[in-house]
Design a protein around this ligand. Structure first.
Ligand SMILES: [Zn+2]
Length: 72
């Protein structure tokens, strides 16, 4: 008998903590409402610039999920 399948995790775009990708996480891909608001605020300030970190938006969420799946 195998263990229950681990939930998919993605890195929180704000603090990079692992976040379980669950239907009942209203803040996904963020770990919390706090990170979500910080990130949105950062965008508003145009200070959200992290070299080599592509912005996470709904158009590339599938790619993010694929990357998370590969564990990279
Ligand atoms: Zn976070």
């Amino acid at each position: 008998m195998s263990q229950a399948q681990k939930p998919l995790t993605v890195p929180c775009p704000q603090c990079h903590r692992k976040v379980e990708w669950r239907e009942d996480n209203p803040h996904r891909p963020f770990c919390s409402e706090r990170c979500k608001l910080i990130d949105l605020g950062a965008w508003a300030d145009e200070s959200h610039r992290i070299a080599g970190e592509p912005a996470l938006d709904e158009t590339n969420i599938d790619e993010w999920l694929a990357r998370a799946d590969r564990g990279d």
